[in-house]
Design a protein around this ligand. Structure first.
Ligand SMILES: Cc1cc2nc3c(=O)[nH]c(=O)nc-3n(C[C@H](O)[C@H](O)[C@H](O)COP(=O)(O)OP(=O)(O)OC[C@H]3O[C@@H](n4cnc5c(N)ncnc54)[C@H](O)[C@@H]3O)c2cc1C
Length: 419
């Protein structure tokens, strides 16, 4: 490989030193000091969110222009053409600096861009990949519909061919970040005479095109990070198609595989600061000798450690070039189960202070985490769907009986489908 790791790391360090402040050495955590924010989703006002988007984009553009924005990407589309070892070396150095939140890119760069690289037309790759990795544009995922979530292949948004264009009409829902996105990856039904997994086609769609209407959805946490998105005769050129006509299911699976990898990698185990916080909480309330609290705390610690090891195993598999498999489903189940244990612990120790804001530091702030937790049980595949995957692929149990993969879609009774 042309670029030596040592030279590369020195260059990365020089770039980061010149552009970002270093993180201070970790201070010993003291109960009552610093921020007590523990929210799961970044729930901000629209103004604060816009500021976060601007800062996230500014940093990513700077990083891209210095050659660190898409380290393993092919040079023909703006990548640096280097190895995963260079990518890891950069990440290790960058971890020492205060980087503006990059969460707005999780879906676009973690899921949509890899799908585009695998299935996009040459024109689409040329037009969008560099722009996405440079943060000129942000991407979102338009899969779920009111009648199609776990059973995604029941989706009804349709795309009809009109010469060199496609005309899209229908509704998507739960679209994270649609309101600040520029393009989306959408799965549409293109042939209802085929079985439901077969008549689907994937496209890119311009989120600012005429006929696209984005409406925010308010969550129980108070934030509005999801949207419902309506498409009324929205036109996309044929070269926005991802993969072949009626082969959209395979394209969707590429994206979903990357989604589970992103969720498993980002959230499972390793919650050191959380463990530190709750241990300090136990001491603060003088509960360190309470047998039940000790038992709950130990149980949490063990389960987070086990989840962390399982995650590491899955990550090592990916680093070795293997495809993430059911380990990701196990990681996700461990994540949400641990979240449930944590919620029970918080409710036990904090009681009513978790529900009513007394103004006391480190109490009501956990409410955001507790209210965000049910969302994690659903996002990226619900608990039951994860259990089905593990049951079928790990334990070798028979397949879920509820899926008709043979009848033409138009003959199925699905949601609100019209004849
Ligand atoms: C935080 C968050 C972010 C999201 N972001 C996006 C996004 O950006 N883009 C997007 O397209 N979607 C997004 N979604 C939607 C998400 O993909 C769906 O919510 C999810 O696929 C579940 O679908 P559903 O909500 O329609 O529930 P349903 O599929 O209707 O499920 C309802 C219940 O039935 C159970 N169930 C369903 N099928 C089975 C089965 N075969 N066996 C046993 N039980 C079953 C489920 O487990 C669940 O408890 C997001 C969701 C969340 C919570």
């Amino acid at each position: 490989m042309g670029v030596q790791l040592d030279d590369f790391t020195s260059r990365a360090t020089a770039f980061l030193d010149a552009n970002l402040p270093r993180k201070e050495a970790a201070k010993k955590f003291v109960w009552g000091e610093g921020s007590d924010n523990m929210s799961m989703f970044e729930e901000k006002s629209r103004e604060a969110e816009q500021q976060m988007v601007d800062e996230a984009k500014a940093w990513r553009t700077k990083k891209f222009d210095a050659g660190f924005g898409w380290i393993t990407g092919p040079t023909e589309y703006g990548g640096a053409g280097l190895t995963a070892a260079h990518e890891r070396a950069y990440a290790a150095v960058e971890a020492n600096y205060k980087v503006p939140s990059q969460s707005i890119f999780t879906i676009g760069l973690g899921m949509v861009a890899p799908t585009m690289l695998a299935h996009g037309s040459p024109q689409a790759k040329e037009k969008f990949l560099r722009a996405m990795w440079r943060a000129d544009i942000v991407g979102c995922q338009l899969f779920s519909e009111p009648g199609a979530g776990s059973d995604l292949a029941s989706l009804q948004t349709k795309a009809e061919r009109d010469g060199d264009e496609w005309v899209i009409t229908g509704q998507k829902v739960w679209t994270s970040g649609a309101h600040y996105s520029d393009i989306g990856e959408i799965i549409c039904r293109t042939d209802p005479s085929q079985p439901k997994h077969k008549g689907l086609t994937a496209f890119l769609v311009d989120m600012k095109a005429p006929g696209v209407e984005i409406r925010p959805l308010r969550q129980m946490t108070g934030g509005a990070s999801f949207n419902e998105v309506f498409f009324t005769e929205v036109r996309v050129p044929d070269w926005y198609r991802l993969g072949d006509e009626n082969a959209g299911w395979g394209v969707a699976l590429t994206t979903l595989m990357n989604e589970r990898a992103a969720i498993g990698a980002g959230m499972g185990g390793g919650e050191v600061s959380m463990m530190t916080r709750i241990t300090a909480m136990v001491h603060h309330y003088g509960l360190q000798n309470d047998a039940l609290v000790r038992d709950m705390l130990a149980n949490l610690y063990i389960n987070y450690r086990v989840a962390n090891f399982n995650n590491k195993r899955a990550m090592d598999k990916m680093k070795a070039g293997q495809t993430p498999g059911p380990e990701m489903s196990i990681s996700k189940m461990a994540l949400v189960n641990n979240q449930k244990l944590l919620n029970d612990f918080l409710a036990h120790v904090l009681g009513a202070k978790l529900q009513a804001d007394t103004g006391e530091w480190g109490t009501y702030a956990w409410n955001q985490l507790v209210l965000g937790a049910p969302g994690m049980r659903i996002a990226g595949g619900s608990d039951e769907v994860m259990r089905n995957i593990v049951g079928e692929r790990v334990l070798g149990l028979p397949k879920d009986v509820g899926i008709d993969s043979k009848s033409p879609f138009r003959d199925l009774k699905v949601g609100t489908q019209k004849d």
